[in-house]
Design a protein around this ligand. Structure first.
Ligand code: KG4
Ligand code: ZN
Length: 340
């Protein structure tokens, strides 16, 4: 089954072609980061307009690269939410219209399900069940995953998401948007032991997180010592944030008896997090799986993959007419999804 995946929930336009027999055939991405950088964050209206400009050229590109044509498509998957409403509507409108014209089904995919299943786009994918650590710009969650659509929330952030904490700390240190990669680069040159920052909720006994206090601690430290020690502050922040993520993820594996941990979302690209998780997991008999580096942040491949799983279930059932509504869900709970 050949599926076109379309991602347009935030500041990246992603399009990909996934074949359930042959795997990922082509994947194209346009990042709007440079455009939003001038404003210090994503400007929703500009994001929507840019998705309109990029979507069709990227779609043509994946067909050219894969040597397939529109006539080969069996279905289209698009990000239905959560995300920016206007940005989501661009992808949803394009996907539904194309599916209608081709008389094939279109399926709305949950953005976080896309992230969470992205490590499965691999020659050696993890088997179910596994614990998933979802660390993106908008979400930080620990989930027990026993199958596609079988998600139990174990814990989540009570305030800022991990990526948001990286971004806000980077802003305090005078780095651009999004700050995660820049902060991580700066941290690599710093001394992580010079300053000690708090590890919020480390001993809370549950799997919830809180990152806003850590960001405030950075602000207090910057006011006290200034930006001369920016690299050491970045290293202290990254160490503290990663420490909490690692310890809570491994505790969640222990509690649920899982021996596999999957990391997904933008912060999953953080090399310090990857190194710590792999090392600590190894000591406890837990294998850690990551998406390919380029599939940590938003992309069309993860939407095509998740959509292919859902379309396969849908087509083997009683699917008849293509659904013409292109309702989007800017807010959408991952744990509310139906199992396939
Ligand atoms: O998953 P994603 O692309 O978008 C959302 O769905 O939110 O994640 C983007 C987030 C941003 O906050 C960005 O700063 C963070 O992921 N990020 C990183 C790194 N690369 C991206 N954070 C820490 N270290 C990185 N290397
Ligand atoms: Zn994302």
């Amino acid at each position: 089954m050949l599926v076109l995946g379309v991602e347009s929930s935030c500041d990246e336009t992603g399009v990909a072609l996934y074949d359930s027999a042959q795997g990922l055939l082509a994947d194209a991405l346009y990042s709007q980061i440079a455009m939003h950088n001038n404003y210090g964050g994503v400007v929703p209206e500009l994001a929507s307009r840019d998705h309109i400009r990029r979507l069709l050229p990227l779609t043509r590109q994946v067909f050219e690269e894969s040597g397939r044509t529109l006539a080969d498509l069996d279905g289209i998957a698009f990000t239905q939410g959560p995300g920016l409403a206007g940005a989501l509507l661009v992808g949803a409108g394009m996907a539904r219209a194309l599916a209608f014209a081709l008389n094939i089904p279109a399926v709305g995919v949950h953005h976080l399900e896309g992230h969470m299943l992205s490590p499965l786009i691999s020659d050696t994918p993890p088997e179910f069940p596994f614990v998933a650590l979802l660390v993106s710009g908008g979400h930080t969650q620990l989930m027990l995953v026993s199958g596609v659509g079988r998600y139990t929330l174990l814990g989540e952030t009570l305030d800022d998401a991990a990526g948001e904490a990286f971004d806000k700390t980077a802003q305090l240190l005078g780095l651009g948007y999004p700050g995660g990669p820049a902060l991580s680069k700066l941290a690599a040159t710093g001394d992580a032991t010079r300053f000690t920052l708090p590890r919020p909720m480390l001993n809370s006994g549950d799997f919830d997180f809180s990152f806003s206090g850590l960001k405030t601690a950075v602000l207090t430290l910057v006011r006290k010592v200034g930006l001369d020690h920016a690299a050491d502050i970045a290293a202290a922040f990254q160490t503290a944030a990663v420490d909490v993520l690692v310890r809570k993820s491994l505790a969640a594996c222990k509690k649920s008896g899982a021996t596999r941990l999957v990391v997904a979302g933008g912060v999953g690209a953080n090399t310090h997090l990857r190194a710590q998780l792999t090392a600590e997991g190894l000591r406890r008999g837990i294998t850690v799986f990551y998406p390919r580096m380029e599939f940590c942040t938003d992309n069309g491949a993860m939407i095509a993959y998740a959509g292919a799983q859902r379309l396969a279930a849908c087509l083997s059932g009683t699917h008849s007419q293509p659904d013409l509504s292109f309702a989007i869900k800017p807010r959408w709970e991952l744990a509310s999804l139906e199992a396939v």
